[in-house]
Write a protein that binds this ligand. Structure first.
Ligand code: FAD
Length: 381
């Protein structure tokens, strides 16, 4: 399968590159240093309809294509990983509504999320439920015609700035449930952000510990069927993992460009370090890995867009390869810069720090290997 971009996708790629180069690049280091959510980037994305890439066209979205979203994600993180997390998290948070929402829920939420008027979060992880997502302890109990949610959610990206949050909670089996998804709107459901974590990287992307203290929501907050929560979460992540791989790809591309520019400038032993074959081989290996990851991301995204049923394995493999690649490539880029790579002002160490978590979130890479092996061994003939 060969995948190319349409003229519209190429145009969008150029537009996003211009926005990122012209309006964000000069602030990428400040965003990391400040460790706060970059509100101006959110406004910029809303102004230029970047959020439209996460929603279907009938609800204010662009073309609803994961390939389009992947191309845009790469362009954003090439310059600023924290900015990429804003769009990536919007895509993850909107996923359950796009895939499982009722017509009323879609009409109420999607246009505001597609325009960037609202932000959303995806709340699955808990202090005791990480890789083992099925062991979620947050409870939802019926009370009259309402549901009451209580529990703790951990590591929830942007919960402190979100207007909407999908919460996965345990419902009583006598209600026909086990894990069920609920759609919480900030204006009617009060979740408490107990703490914003202090992190190694992605410091401008808030990671929140959330408390749900008898949060009462109407019946209409139920998202999908009772007991379908795990299926909703995992199906959303099948798409999310390809998008995460695209974010990782952009960080790697940005690191490579930094290393190439530095290698051209830096002289030692009376020659440009770019003349040393050791440096050339590092750059060549980085480029090769990036090209391979891009081919994988585009193929997986295009297959997702075509409704490929084999996507679980391909999605996990794409996430695994691209997120391990970005750790190798950012580390090699830092090496090309020598001691300056270790100095904050040069931007290489930020990319190493930002890249690290990609092998952990959206399912650790150990879990991706388990998924790939399970799918391989299940297949017959
Ligand atoms: C910055 C950041 C943002 C995040 N954003 C969100 C978010 O928005 N929403 C959300 O719901 N979650 C979010 N997460 C949570 C993330 O998805 C989890 O951290 C991840 O799933 C791993 O869970 P854990 O941290 O509890 O690790 P654990 O599951 O405790 O894993 C610890 C180690 O054991 C390994 N391990 C676990 N089980 C197995 C197994 N069966 N076989 C082999 N190895 C295993 C893991 O791979 C890992 O190396 C975020 C996390 C971070 C760090």
């Amino acid at each position: 399968m060969t995948v190319g971009l349409s003229d519209e996708q190429e145009d969008l790629r150029r537009t996003v590159r211009q926005i990122m180069e012209g309006r964000v690049r000069a602030h990428a280091a400040e965003i990391d240093a400040a460790g706060e959510f970059p509100q101006f980037v959110r406004e910029l994305f809303a102004e230029h309809h970047v959020f439209a890439t996460v929603a279907p066209p009938e609800f204010g979205g662009l073309d609803g294509s994961l390939l389009t979203l992947a191309v845009v994600c790469e362009e954003i993180t090439r310059v600023c990983a924290n900015s990429g997390m804003i769009l990536g998290n919007q895509s993850l948070g909107i996923g359950p509504i796009v895939l499982f929402g009722t017509d009323e829920q879609k009409a109420a939420y999607l246009p505001k999320l597609a325009s960037g008027e609202w932000l959303c979060s995806f709340a699955l992880s808990e202090p005791e439920a990480g890789s083992d997502a099925a062991s979620v302890q947050t409870r939802a109990r019926r009370d009259g015609d309402c549901w009451v949610l209580s529990g703790r959610k951990n590591f929830i990206t942007q919960a402190n700035v979100a207007d909407v949050m999908t919460v996965f909670a345990r419902t009583d089996s006598r209600d026909g449930g086990v894990l069920t998804a609920f759609l919480l709107a900030r204006e009617e459901a009060d979740w408490i952000v107990e703490r914003v974590e202090h992190k190694m990287g992605l410091r401008g992307s808030p990671t929140c510990a959330v408390v749900l203290n008898d949060v009462r929501v109407p019946e209409s907050a139920l998202l999908g069927e009772l007991g379908a929560g795990l299926h909703i979460a995992l199906t959303t992540l099948d798409k999310g993992r390809i998008m995460t791989a695209a974010l990782a790809l952009g960080i790697a591309q940005g690191a490579l460009e930094l290393a190439v520019a530095y290698a051209r400038e830096r002289a030692q032993f009376g020659r440009s370090i770019a003349d040393f074959q050791a440096i050339q081989f590092m750059l060549a290996d980085m480029e090769t890995e990036i090209v391979a990851a891009r081919a994988l991301v585009w193929t997986a995204a295009a297959r997702y867009d075509q409704g490929d049923r084999e996507i679980i394995k391909l999605s996990a493999a794409t996430k695994l390869f691209a997120t391990e690649m970005v750790n190798r490539v950012t580390s090699t880029a830092l090496q090309v810069l020598g001691g300056y790579g270790y100095i904050v002002d040069y931007g290489a160490e930020r990319r190493v720090r930002d890249a690290r978590v990609f092998a952990i979130f959206e399912g650790t890479n150990e879990i991706q290997r388990l998924v790939i092996a399970r799918e391989l061994l299940r297949a017959r003939g």
